[in-house]
Structures are given as structure tokens and as C-alpha cells.
Design a protein around this ligand. Structure first.
Ligand code: CTP
Length: 200
């Protein structure tokens, strides 16, 4: 399970980030562990504790997330790609702290699509699940084409235009999309699991 949002550094003290909290990935890791799976959580800048019994690998950048996911993938039965890796990184990271008076012009370059790269090499016994945070409009249509474009077995669609189920909210409602069709999962609390509480 990957969770959280990656950071793309600009200089030693600044980064470009996103609003993913990691709650969804942690809830998935807790649920999988409760069902008896051996779970590795690859956590990108997640401040929440991992569920009991889950192995945690911390990463910061999209490149580190890609490397960690690639390393784990050969031994993985199911990949739940709930993290929000940055789509862009600074083409050059400044060695020293940039000063305001010097101004700042950033050139960005795209990062690797981790989900698509791993789905492209998956075997018949591996299942790859991607996530799509879409903002209104034809969210289902876009998520469906995302699933086939990235060769994922399933896409979990989350409409982030609704603040009740958007980023950092404690509740979520999703649509599961696979080659056979869609299943609506109604709004529910994103349970981080009794396992989290037991740990403390
Ligand atoms: N993802 C990934 N590597 C990236 C970006 C996203 O593996 N560099 C994964 C996310 O973990 C998630 C899914 O892809 O499972 C989300 O895809 P999304 O970012 O919505 O798709 P994009 O390729 O950015 O498509 P678009 O910008 O057209 O919406």
C-alpha cells in the first residue's frame, strides 16, 4: 500500500507538495492487515502512525516512492496505489537556500508514472489498484479511461469536488471501477482501525 503525498524539493528548505494526508492508504493497510495480509506501507510524508503489524517504509520524493515500490513489487500480490506522487519535479534543485531578492523562476519536468510502470510489468497473479481524485465533470468517464490507459485492474474514484469527502476529510465515498463495471461505495468514516489505537 502506498500512502501520502510526495514532495518535490526546490532548495534545501522548500518543496512543492500536495494535500494528500495518507488517511486512505493507512485505512486500507489496517483493513488488509485485519484480513490477514502481510502488509508493507510505503508512506510519503505521512504524519499518522502506521497500523499495528504493518511494515512501514518512509519516503519523501516521487523518485524514492518509485524506487521503494519497484523494490517491493516482485513479492507483491496486490498493490494499492493510494499515494499521490507529484506529477512534476523541479528540473534543477538549488544547492543553497534561494533568497527572495533573487526572485524565482521554476522549470518543472514530469515524474515517472509509478502505477503505469508497475502495471505494465505485472504478472497474471498480481493485482494493481489505482486511485483517481477527480474534480467534478465526467469523473467516471475520466476514471474509466485512466484505468485502461494505465493498465490497472481497478481504479478507485474519489470526487474531490465535494468537501465532505475531499482531501483531509474523515469521511469518504468512492466508486470502484474495473473491466466489468462500477460499484458505488456510499459515504463512510475512513476508519484508521482499532489497530492504530491499540498501538498507543
Ligand atoms: N500515480 C503514479 N505516479 C505518478 C502519478 C500518479 O503512480 N507520477 C498514480 C497514483 O498513485 C494514483 C493514480 O496514479 O493511483 C492517479 O493518477 P492521476 O494522477 O489522477 O493520473 P494522471 O496520470 O495525472 O492523469 P491526469 O493528469 O490526466 O488526470
Amino acid at each position: 500500500v502506498t500512502a501520502g503525498g510526495t514532495r518535490a524539493p526546490i532548495d534545501p528548505v522548500r518543496f512543492i507538495g500536495n494535500r494528500s494526508s495518507g488517511r486512505m492508504g493507512i485505512a486500507l493497510a489496517a483493513a488488509a492487515a485485519r484480513r490477514g495480509a502481510e502488509v508493507t506501507l510505503i508512506a510519503a510524508n505521512v504524519s499518522l502512525p502506521e497500523p499495528a503489524g504493518v511494515r512501514r517504509v518512509d519516503v519523501e520524493t516521487a523518485a524514492q516512492l518509485a524506487a521503494a515500490a519497484e523494490a517491493e513489487f516482485p513479492e507483491t500480490d496486490v498493490l494499492l496505489m493510494a499515494a499521490a506522487p507529484a506529477d512534476f519535479r523541479a528540473a534543477a534543485v538549488n544547492d543553497g537556500k534561494l533568497a527572495r531578492r533573487d526572485g524565482l523562476e521554476l522549470r518543472l519536468e514530469p515524474t515517472e508514472d509509478i502505477l503505469a510502470s508497475l502495471a505494465a510489468v505485472k504478472t497474471g497473479s498480481q493485482t494493481v489498484v489505482g486511485f483517481a481524485a477527480e474534480h467534478g465533470g465526467d469523473a467516471i468517464g475520466r476514471a474509466r479511461s485512466k484505468r485502461s490507459r494505465k493498465s490497472a485492474d481497478m481504479i478507485v474514484l474519489n470526487d474531490v469536488s465535494d468537501p465532505a469527502i475531499g482531501f483531509e476529510s474523515a469521511d469518504n465515498a468512492v466508486t470502484l471501477i474495473d473491466s466489468e463495471g462500477e460499484i458505488e461505495v456510499p459515504i463512510a468514516a475512513v476508519a484508521l482501525g482499532a489497530t492504530v489505537i491499540e498501538k498507543h
